[in-house]
Design a protein around this ligand. Structure first.
Ligand code: FUC
Length: 806
């Protein structure tokens, strides 16, 4: 190992060769003959799974590219039915000791029965994922913009695409020798969705544009070729919303009636769509939509387009990934995916999928907004599957796995804000449900501050959810190093830890501290008397999560120079938490006892949390546990695990952390081949966006890791380890990546050839001492803020002043 100082200037920012085309494209519109639109259904239509998403973090559009009728299905991220309601159960705290006694006596079925009767939420909860008409509510479609073109029944030379580099969806086709072109974008700076229609033959654009929604919608026409749609959800008790369409033709005429805006004989047309709700604001939605439309309409389309692209590229262009091209790379995306599923290699499709996850995060999660939900911001019907809510037992956390590592820290913010917003309702839930201080949230939340347990304890009694969410605060701090952010967010972590200090209870048999009652998401076990139960105490995942939360709080208190006594209490509780256990068969145990599993291939692999996203199990730091985690993973997969999209994506991350690139790769392949829809949306089924984000995170994890540390020197100082290409698969012998982020404030560019690192460039945004690791080689670098290092994985690295820009 070598310790290096500054010796020269190092050029950075020139690692990547030209990037491959980052486009999804198709030869046919996203329509399926004879299929009815869903309106209310839990499923998305097949056509919708072919449409292409645009979004500005708030306003989403699914572009079908239809001819003669274009349909852009619309969403606004705060458009939820339901309302805030008190679901905390006043009976719960009283029965808590009894439930615990039953659990500790091994009477799991009885404990579960009592939990169902007395500890579950009051009222309908999430309505088993059918909450649209109840208080829990559902994320809902905003409706549809339709553009019906006159005389376009016959068309030729059709193509539609989504360009990930610009965030512009486009459609082109010919009718009778004239070429028609559409572009659709959702602009963050303009806060509007914009459709641009052109034709190379003058006065050829004649169409009717209309707005509709399956329910709760009144549509009216206004002067200036505008349509306004609005209403109030939940039978007049819920949210108010408005959408506005403003149509500006160049040449020709436009006139609005309730049936739509009729445009005749235009040369080109710009349609501006804006929307707003009164969620947490007193502003009137129709006025907000009108003001935004007025501001956007005052700008030329070319200006709107340029501003949108600049804004999008500021985020998107931070990362490039180059992988070997394949023959099928030139095919339309649906055909390419089909070829891939029939075993054709296509690494650039994997790179496209990686970048698509980044695209989707940029389009669905922007500062000031709500976080990306189960479907990001794209949902076709009134009753979105699982209410399109926030599930905190894997799903919304997975949404944000790629945020920091793939250089999109800003996109993490809505999630961090959302976590903070749970503290107040969660404090009440802690008091009512358990009679305790601090705050708690369970498996699910809506936008109304729902923190109570779910209606079925088998999945809904997961009190460690908030502690899992808190790791995102700590991760933000590790990547960003912003002490002020930590000071602001620390109380959320501390109050969460406070709850657990009080909630933890001693297992009378062993004296360890455990959570009770809880579940190991959403798995079941066979109790000693043969019945199947889910409610348990001290599941491995809870213990891993709490070791982490307490550790992070202790560190944060040290950094902020506060709460010394509290940190001491956390330290002693942490040491008493039930440890990871390895079962007789060599697997990591999921529960405190070695139970038989009725479903050994269960999609959740919660006890592997310590391997990923946690840090406590690493191949070099805890080899025995890493072997046990591997054995658990192998058994899960051999029994059919990884069958939902997000589950498969998690498996990619597990293998990456186990530094097995080929296994990570074959599961990435399975994710694309078996759990991906024609528009590259993840297919749970149905569509659920977590798998997209988990897949993107998995690819980043294969190329760069920064969660582990090595102890060095006489006093065993922990040095963060930056692992370069820790899980590079044989199928990616050549390649390069630019702009990935490592904890500690490092930005990393890598290129490799014949499966070996050729150059790594590491820029330090903050001063840091780190160990670079590549295979068996390791060097310690002492880097100052603004410096860069170049290393080939063999010789001594060169550290110098970073010369950014090539
Ligand atoms: C979790 C998972 C399900 C689904 C739901 C939205 O509860 O167990 O598979 O993803 O969230």
């Amino acid at each position: 190992m070598t310790m290096l100082g500054v010796c020269c200037a190092v050029a950075v920012g020139q690692a990547s060769v030209a990037a491959g085309p980052l486009r999804l494209w198709y030869r046919a519109p996203a329509t399926v003959a004879g299929e009815r639109e869903t309106g209310w259904s839990w499923q998305n239509s097949r056509a919708w799974s072919r449409a292409l998403p645009v979004g500005n973090g708030r306003l989403g559009g699914m572009v079908f590219g239809g001819v003669p009728i274009e349909r852009v299905q619309l969403n606004e991220l705060s458009l939820w039915s339901g309302w805030p309601y008190d679901a905390d159960n006043p009976d719960a705290a009283r029965v808590l000791p009894e439930i615990r006694r039953l659990l500790f006596e091994g009477r799991y079925a009885d404990a579960e029965k009592l939990t169902y009767e007395k500890l579950a939420c009051k009222g309908p909860g999430s309505g088993s994922g059918n909450g649209a008409k109840g208080p829990y509510g559902s994320y809902e479609t905003l409706g549809d913009l339709r553009i019906a073109f006159d005389g376009h029944e016959q068309f030729a030379d059709y193509r539609r695409e989504l360009d990930l580099r610009t965030g512009v969806a486009s459609v082109s086709y010919k009718v009778g020798g004239a070429t028609f072109r559409r572009e659709v974008l959702s602009s963050a700076p303009a806060r509007a969705l914009v459709v641009r229609l052109t034709c190379d033959r003058p006065r050829s654009l004649t169409f009717t544009a209309s707005l509709s929604r399956p329910e709760c919608a009144v549509v009216g026409a206004e002067a200036g070729a505008a349509l306004v749609m609005g209403g109030r959800l939940s039978e007049g008790k819920g949210i108010r919303y408005a959408a506005r369409l403003q149509v500006a033709p160049q040449g020709g005429k436009a006139e609005a009636t309730e049936a739509g805006v009729r445009v005749t004989g235009a040369n080109s047309v710009t349609l501006i769509l804006t929307a707003a709700t009164d969620y947490r604001t007193s502003a009137v939605p129709s006025r907000v939509a009108r003001d935004r439309a007025a501001a956007a309409s005052a700008r030329a389309y070319s200006t709107l387009r340029n501003e949108h692209i600049r804004d999008h590229q500021r985020l998107f262009d931070r990362v490039d990934l180059e992988l070997p091209a394949a023959e099928t790379a030139t095919l339309p995306t649906d055909e390419r995916l089909a070829a891939y599923a029939s075993d054709k290699p296509d690494p650039t499709l994997e790179a496209l999928y990686f970048q698509y996850g980044r695209y989707l995060l940029i389009a669905s999660s922007r500062p000031g907004g709500l976080p990306a939900n189960l479907q990001g911001i794209w949902a076709e019907s009134i009753q979105t599957p699982w209410n399109g809510d926030y599930h905190h037992n894997i799903n919304d956390q997975m949404n944000y796995w790629p945020a920091e590592t793939t250089n999109l820290a800003e996109c993490h913010e809505p999630f961090l804000d959302f976590i903070g917003s749970l503290v107040e309702p969660g404090r009440k839930t802690a008091k009512v449900q358990y009679g305790l201080n601090g705050w708690v949230v369970h498996t699910i939340s809506n936008i109304w501050g729902y923190t109570s347990p779910g209606e079925h304890p088998s999945w809904g009694q997961f009190p460690a959810a908030g502690a899992w969410l808190c790791r995102h605060i700590w991760e933000r701090y590790l990547f960003g190093g912003d002490r002020r952010f930590l000071a602001r967010a620390y109380p959320t972590m501390r109050e969460c830890a406070r709850f657990f200090l009080e909630f933890l209870v001693e297992d009378p048999k062993t004296g360890v501290l455990v959570t009770a009652p809880s579940n190991s998401p959403e798995n079941a076990f066979k109790t000693p008397d043969g019945t199947v139960a889910s409610v348990c105490y001290g599941p491995t995942m809870d213990m891993q999560i709490l070791r982490e939360l307490f550790g992070h709080c202790i560190e944060a208190a040290g950094i902020l120079n506060t709460d010394k006594e509290f940190a001491d209490r956390l330290r002693s509780a942490r040491n008493r938490l039930s440890p990871n256990k390895i079962g007789k068969d060599g697997r990591l145990q999921e529960w405190i006892e070695e139970f038989e599993e009725p479903e050994p291939g269960h999609r959740h692999m919660s006890h592997l949390y310590g391997l990923h996203p946690g840090y406590e199990i690493t191949p070099r730091g805890t080899p025995e546990l890493a072997r046990a985690a591997r054995a658990s993973l192998e058994r899960r997969l051999a029994s059919g695990g990884g069958h939902t999209g997000w589950s498969r994506a998690w498996v990619v991350n597990f293998w990456a952390r186990l530094e097995d690139g080929d296994q990570a790769y074959s599961n990435l392949r399975a994710l694309l081949a078996r759990s991906t829809l024609p528009n590259l949306f993840d297919n749970h089924p149905p569509f659920q966006i977590d798998g997209n984000f988990g897949g993107t995170a998995g690819v980043a994890e294969m190329l760069l890791q920064s969660h582990a540390s090595t102890r060095q020197g006489e006093n065993g100082q922990a040095i963060p380890e930056i692992a370069l290409l820790p899980a590079l698969p044989a199928r990616w012998p050549e390649g390069s990546v630019r702009g990935l982020c490592a904890r500690g404030g490092l930005v990393v560019d890598l290129s490799w050839s014949k499966g070996a690192l050729t150059t790594a460039r590491i820029q330090a945004v903050r001063s840091a001492t780190v160990m670079l690791r590549c295979g068996k080689q390791a060097v310690v670098l002492d880097m100052k803020s603004g410096q860069a290092a170049v290393w080939d994985g063999r010789s001594a690295p060169v550290v110098g002043r970073a010369e950014t820009g090539s």
